[in-house]
Design a protein around this ligand. Structure first.
Ligand code: PRP
Ligand code: ADE
Length: 171
């Protein structure tokens, strides 16, 4: 299936010069959504993750159903002030600004568990890099990354700590 045809492009959002890849048009297409989750599952099965870690908010949309399909648990990484228990925090740079991510301190265990990072899109790689640092700090095994979309010109994959990267659509 051509899922690229279901991803809408919006120029100058949220700032001038950014060509925004809008996944809402993919998500509302039942066949497109199912295909996307199934394709991610097929490409990620061999990672045999114990947990998928997904970043707020678009990482939740793909991370949770992928965890369900792979028989893994799901760990949310959230924007500041949203998680109720003690957190680890990390600051990171976006294609269009700075942000911070948090994860529950007691979520990443046992120390030898296998973690797959999942998000909708990799641009500069800042979000995934920050999440990888949270995983590595915990001592858990980072087994891979999976993204629906990769913006190749931004070279995000160069910033990621060593682990295989799966992407479905490249621009
Ligand atoms: O590779 P990067 O340059 O870090 O950019 C990619 C990140 O940017 C977007 O999230 P955003 O922070 O816009 O939040 P959202 O998911 O809540 O829309 C996207 O969902 C990725 O998480
Ligand atoms: N160009 C882009 N489109 C959609 N989400 C993004 N996150 C970072 N850059 C983005």
């Amino acid at each position: 299936m051509d899922i690229q045809a279901l991803i809408r492009e919006i120029p100058d959002f949220p700032k001038p010069g950014i060509l925004f890849k809008d996944i809402t048009t993919l998500l509302r297409d039942a066949g497109g959504l199912r295909y996307t989750i199934d394709a991610l599952a097929e490409k990620c099965e061999h990672f045999a993750p114990d947990f998928i870690i997904g970043m707020e908010s678009r990482g939740f949309i793909f991370g949770a159903p992928l965890a369900y399909k792979l028989g893994a648990g799901f760990i949310p990484v959230r924007k500041p002030g949203k998680l109720p228990a003690a957190v680890h925090s990390i600051q990171y740079e976006l294609e269009y600004g700075m942000d911070c991510l948090e994860v529950h301190q007691d979520a990443l265990h046992p120390p030898d568990c296998r973690i797959l990072i999942v998000d909708d899109l990799i641009a500069t790689g800042g979000t995934a890099e920050a999440t990888a640092k949270l995983v590595q700090k915990s001592g858990c095994q980072l087994v891979g990354y999976a993204f629906v979309i990769e913006l190749k010109d931004l070279n995000g994959r160069k910033r990621l700590p060593e682990a295989p990267i799966v992407t479905l659509v490249q621009y």
